[in-house]
Design a binder for this molecule. Sequence first.
Ligand SMILES: [Zn+2]
Length: 309
Amino acid sequence: MTAAPPAVRVGVDVGGTKVEAVAIDAAGGILARMRRETVRGEAGVIASVSDAVARVAAEPGVGPVAAVGIGIPGQIVGARVRNAVNLGISDLDLGGEVTAAVGAAVHVENDVNAAAAGAYAIRGAVGASMAYLNLGTGIAAGIVHDGRVWPGAGGTAGEVGHVSIDPRGPECPCGQRGCIETLAGGGAVARRWSGDGEHPVLDLFDAADAADGRALSLRGDLARGVAAAVRVLVLTADPAVVVIGGGVSRLGDRLLDVVRGELRASSERSAFLTSLRLHERIELLPSDAPAGALGAALLAPAFEGVARG
Ligand SMILES: [Zn+2]
């Protein structure tokens, strides 16, 4: 018998502007939580993550850290992060660098898959499967099946943002046209609405409520895109619930209402789609829930609960 390792794990969610960290105990309960700015660039991200780990570990009642999980955008190959364009990373051994800096085992995970694991833990009582649909600058989903995040053969599972639903639609950076992300991604919506405000999607919804024709049309596109993502997820993975999170989800019921309306309308002529009760399967992640950081912590090495499939 070997001695039990220290039970504390830290999860870090690396976003374009903020890094959020949580420390959890063996049961997955949150002991401490902190946020700081993200410094971009490879050295900046390593320093931001290492500092977040050190600061959350220094909180009262946390103590030595057994393992660290990191959720970060980009392609994840082992412990390396590739093509995280918004963070200024082209190819970085993030796991190796953070292990060297903090002296704990590190697991690196795609940010949306980490958030899916966190959303699953936060949601509780969800049945065998759940999908987490992240509506941020881009759109992607994580699929949790039998309590495990399902990454697919090459990490592409859940990339619903690049399902094309309009071959004549706007060009997508991925090379296709009319991807769901071009209609409903926060970045694309902000560019198309071209409002000057700090919260362009919120401004767009306000303008649509005030009956601005262009805003109504763009809000309709957004609802069609999100509804299509929900349909794709239900028809491929049949999750009991699709939990919607990400920056755009902070619109709350204003978002749910238009997406539910679109799901109902698009099911109207199909007894099959009606039978799936799509509009009843969607719900919002609580807006302040640290799903990404919690999920990253749960996916850190040696945790016995939700684990990477
Ligand atoms: Zn695309």
